[in-house]
Design a protein around this ligand. Sequence first.
Ligand code: AOF
Ligand code: ZN
Length: 371
Amino acid sequence: MAHTFPNDEAAMRRALELAGRGLGYVEPNPPVGAVIVDKHRNLIAEGFHERFGGPHAEVNALVAAGDRARGQTMFVTLEPCCHTGKTGPCSRAVIEAGIKRVVVAMRDPAPHVDGGGLSELEAAGLEVVVGLCEREARELTAPFVTLISEKRPWVHAKWAMTLDGKIASRTGHSQWISGAESRQVVHELRGRMDAVIVGAGTAAADDPQLTARPPGPRTATRIVIDSGAMLSLESKLVATAREVPVLVFAGEKAGAERVAALQAARVEVIQLPVDGASHLDPAAVLEVLGRRQMTNVLIEGGGGLLGSFFDRDLIDEAHVFVAPKLVGGKDAIDPVGGEGLATIPSKSQFRDFSIKQTGDDVYLHGQRSRD
Ligand code: AOF
Ligand code: ZN
């Protein structure tokens, strides 16, 4: 199908769109897309990194182009790699295919690349341009970059609240705040996560399954932050722990018999130090998950857990559903507890905040901007 891009930016946007198709399939690798065009910006071939361990985006595009790649331009959303990992170096493949010009959205900060791919291309005489649509590329690769640079997963926070900002009524009733369409968005999100996390209170109150229905590209480990190791042996989580992994983070002083009973039910238990209020340190939890190469995790509440992450500035992306419902009540529960900020920030804390309608609800979504 013949296609001509009106400008360089349009070609890079197409590469970004292709990259996005790898989300959920490629982690802990970054999603990457590549487009090859001739000097009139006619599309010759495209490709993306489709699954972890599979060929990189550049190679998929080069294979699709064959001989037609010679003398042409490649748009790629991440600096081509120069290392031999599970596949050979893309920089070599690009040079050998006879590509003359490479437009890159962002440099790959991974220590095994970190500018090395760009230098190799330049040393071979190719024209190299870096930074086109860099903001969009950084947004797409933010979880990968966070895992590389901070050695922790990217933290998504999700909550559904009423018009008056409550996640449960004064009695604790919380079912059916958001509608079916919003819940479907949450299931899609769960289906590309490495973990779905709740607090012990939410596990006890809601008895959730925390699985993606229908299943997505990856199966999230179901995690309960539960300093007392109080998760009920009768809960749905424990009952299904043999099929989908359940991990409990407990305090180091949690009762040994509670821990043993959970372990006997095939629940993994990791014990960490607690503070004076018997709370686990969110950063310590994320450190463990980062060591397991978890790239995206989703916190589904409750307010206490979200508050403890927010107080440590550990919420990276928010998914908020607002339902046209009112419950009132000064004792009804708020979405984010913890200590909170003393003053309202003077500028927006989220970038490219998007607003969509999901059934009767409004879905607000954006990444934290910390700069
Ligand atoms: C690219 N193009 O499409 C991707 C890149 O183990 P490997 O061989 O799959 O290499 C993974 C590393 O390669 C990853 O850490 C990141 O630095 C880079 N990912 N690079 O040129 C791609 N997915
Ligand atoms: Zn590569």
